[in-house]
Ligand binder design. Structure first.
Ligand SMILES: *Cc1c(COP(=O)(O)O)cnc(C)c1O
Length: 390
C-alpha cells in the first residue's frame, strides 16, 4: 500500500507551525517601523526568552552558521590552530572554522548514531587543538559529558551545534546545549522552528557572551560611542525575524513533544525487524528519523524502495563526508591559497562516517504534523522495503 498524498513537509503551511502568532508578530514590527535589531525590542526580547529557556545568556544573529561563527570568534583560535569536528553535518558547522583561519580536523563517528566518537576525538588532539565542535546529529544527543571531560583535560573549548537538537537532552535528562562553552541553534526553514533564517548562541560565560555580541555587530559596543573594539561582522537578526522567532520559540516544546510521540510509534512498529539499526529515543529531538540498514544491498536501494512507496527518504543524509567536498578537499579558500587548510583529507579518513553515508544510513524527514496514520504508512513502507530489498 503506497501513499498517494505527500507527507507534510517544511516548505508548506501544513508542515510548519506558522500561524496567527507569527502574523501578529510581523505586523507589530511593521507598525513600529523599527526593523533593525539594534533599535527595536524584539531581538533583545528573543535573547531574554531563549536565555530563560536554557538558563544561559543568549545572543541572536542571522543564521545558524552565523551563530557558529560567533562561537568560533569568541573562542578566538590563533591562525592555524585546529578545531576538531565531525564529517557528518551541515557545511555551516565547518565554514566558520575556515572563516576564522583555523584548521578543521575531522574525527570519526559512532557507526550507529553518526555522532562524534570521543575516542576518535581524543586520538586527533594535538598541541594546536583549540576547540571541539560537536553536532547533535538528527537531534540525537552526542556524548557531550565525555567530550566535556576530554575538553577540560586538554584545556579546550567545547562548542555544541544544536541546530538539529532543539530541546534535546542527554539520556539522564540534562538539556544538550548546557555542556559546551557555547551552544548554537538555527532557525532556518527546515529546523524544528523557523524565522526563515536566524540563529542563537548561548553561553554561561560573560566574557564569551560579550565577544559574541561584539562580533555580531562589527565589534561595536554601542554604549560607548562609535568605537570598534574587535574585528566583527554584521550578523544582526532583524526585528521581523526576531518577532517571528519569539512566536516560534513559544511553540518549540509542543513541536518536540509531538515529534517524540510519533517517533515512539514508529520505533514500536519497527522494533521486530532484524538488521535494522533503530535510534535510541532517550533525549532525541527527532529533527529527522535516522536508522541503519545492512551494507548489502545498502542504503541507496533501501531509500529508493521507500521513495517508490511515497515515503521521502535519503540515503546517507549527505552525498559525501564534509571533508570530501571540493571546498575542503581541493578548492582554494582565499585567493589562490588553501590557507588555513594545511593537509589532505584522504578517502578513508573517517571510515565509520564514510560507511554510514555510502552504505548504511537512511534518514526520514520528520514532522510534528505527521498523524498516527502517516506514521503507520511510513512503518508499512519500511516493512515492505525490509522484505523486498535483499
Ligand atoms: C542547519 C544547520 C547548520 C546551519 O544553520 P543555518 O541556519 O542554515 O546557517 C549548522 N549545523 C547543523 C547541524 C545544521 O543542521
Amino acid at each position: 500500500m503506497s501513499r498517494t498524498e505527500p507527507l507534510p513537509g517544511p516548505l508548506e503551511p501544513r508542515g510548519r507551525t506558522i500561524g496567527a502568532e507569527e502574523r501578529a508578530a510581523v505586523l507589530r514590527v511593521l507598525d513600529s517601523a523599527s526593523l533593525c535589531g539594534s533599535f527595536g525590542t524584539e531581538a533583545r526580547a528573543l535573547e531574554a526568552e531563549m536565555g530563560e529557556l536554557y538558563g544561559r545568556t543568549a545572543v541572536s544573529c542571522s543564521s545558524g552558521t552565523a551563530a557558529l561563527h560567533l562561537a568560533v570568534a569568541a573562542v578566538d583560535p590563533d591562525p592555524g590552530d585546529e578545531i576538531v569536528t565531525t564529517p557528518i553535518s551541515d557545511f555551516g558547522t565547518v565554514a566558520p572554522i575556515l572563516a576564522q583561519n583555523a584548521v578543521p580536523v575531522f574525527a570519526d563517528v559512532d557507526p550507529a548514531t553518526g555522532n562524534l566518537d570521543p575516542a576518535s576525538v581524543a586520538a586527533v588532539i594535538t598541541a594546536r587543538t583549540r576547540a571541539i565542535m560537536v553536532v547533535h546529529l538528527f537531534g540525537a544527543p552526542a556524548p557531550v559529558a565525555e567530550l566535556r571531560g576530554l575538553a577540560d583535560r586538554h584545556g579546550l573549548a567545547l562548542v555544541e551545534d544544536c541546530a538539529q537538537a532543539w530541546l534535546g537532552t542527554v539520556p539522564s535528562g540534562e538539556p544538550v546545549g548546557r555542556y559546551g562553552d557555547v551552544a548554537c541553534f538555527s532557525l532556518q526553514q527546515y529546523k524544528h522552528i523557523t524565522s526563515g533564517d536566524g540563529g542563537l548562541a548561548i553561553t554561561a560565560d560573560p566574557a564569551l557572551a560579550r565577544r559574541m555580541r561584539l562580533f555580531m555587530d562589527k565589534g561595536w559596543d554601542r554604549s560607548i560611542g562609535r568605537k570598534h573594539l574587535m574585528y566583527g561582522l554584521n550578523y544582526r537578526m532583524t526585528e521581523l525575524a526576531a518577532a517571528v522567532a519569539r512566536a516560534q520559540l513559544g511553540k518549540v516544546a509542543g513541536v518536540v513533544a509531538r515529534r517524540r510521540e510519533r517517533a515512539a510509534r514508529l520505533l514500536d512498529a519497527l522494533a521486530d525487524l532484524p538488521g535494522l539499526g533503530l535510534p535510541s529515543p532517550d533525549g532525541h529531538a527527532w529533527w529527522m528519523f535516522p536508522f541503519t540498514v545492512p551494507d548489502e544491498p545498502g542504503n541507496r536501494a533501501f531509500a529508493a524502495a521507500l521513495q517508490a512507496e511515497g515515503v521521502p527518504a535519503s540515503a546517507g543524509y549527505l552525498e559525501r563526508p564534509l571533508y570530501a567536498n571540493p571546498a575542503l578537499a581541493e578548492a582554494p579558500v582565499y585567493g589562490s591559497s588553501r590557507y588555513p587548510i594545511d593537509r589532505d583529507y584522504p578517502a578513508g579518513l573517517c571510515p565509520n562516517a564514510e560507511r554510514l553515508i555510502d552504505r548504511t544510513l537512511v534518514t526520514l524527514p520528520w514532522n510534528e504534523a505527521y498523524t498516527e496514520a502517516d506514521v503507520d504508512d511510513i512503518a508499512a513502507a519500511v516493512r515492505k522495503a525490509h522484505a523486498d530489498v535483499r
